[in-house]
Design a protein around this ligand. Structure first.
Ligand code: ZN
Length: 187
């Protein structure tokens, strides 16, 4: 089997959503893949996202922290993205995460703001900021049945349907095309 090295696709429009999207094909149990299973992929993701500038900092513990934050965030965001009310337990878990993030962050005076020195803290602060600062009315789930990636639709008319028009969007277009051709040939 040829192993293609992981190239993070940062399409979420927010660091916290790019974190959540490190599980690919989440809605298709036969295909779902957790990119963070390998520590080298965690490093690739942190570098691509600009959280770290040098390699060699990723430990198992950091990975586990990121995965825990990711899964807590996802449980709430996945519901919000499709207009559902998140489960109470999911909200409680998020509350726990956010409380811990704020407690462990330092506060800088100039420029004023909450800061974290370690990569895990930076990413967990981003989760807090997503919920605090962003208009989650713009949160969407990719229109593909299996993809499950989440993003903020920052388009003016709120019309973005796909994680990537070149990827899931293209596949959907190809499927429609194929179906039309088949319908015409059986008509
Ligand atoms: Zn997609």
């Amino acid at each position: 089997m040829v192993r293609v090295s992981y190239r993070p696709e940062l399409i979420g429009g927010h660091l916290a959503l790019d974190l959540v999207n490190t599980v690919a094909w989440r809605l298709d149990p036969g295909r779902a893949v957790d990119r963070f299973t390998e520590l080298s992929n965690v490093e690739r993701w942190l570098l691509a996202a600009g959280v770290i500038t040098d390699g060699g900092v990723v430990t198992r513990r950091l990975r586990d922290d990121l995965v825990a934050a990711r899964d807590i965030a996802y449980d709430v965001l996945a519901s919000l993205a499709i207009g559902d009310r998140p489960a109470r337990a999911a909200i409680d878990a998020l509350h726990g995460l956010v409380s811990e993030v704020v407690r462990s962050a330092s506060v800088e005076v100039s420029p004023f703001g909450w800061r974290a020195d370690d990569p895990g803290g930076v990413v967990r602060l981003a989760v807090w900021r997503l919920f605090e600062d962003e208009d989650l009315g713009r949160l969407r789930q990719c229109g593909d049945d299996g993809c499950g990636w989440l993003f903020l639709d920052r388009s003016k008319n709120g019309s973005r349907r796909w994680c990537s028009s070149a990827d899931c969007g293209n596949r959907a277009r190809a499927r429609r095309h194929y179906q039309r051709a088949r319908d015409e040939s059986t008509a």
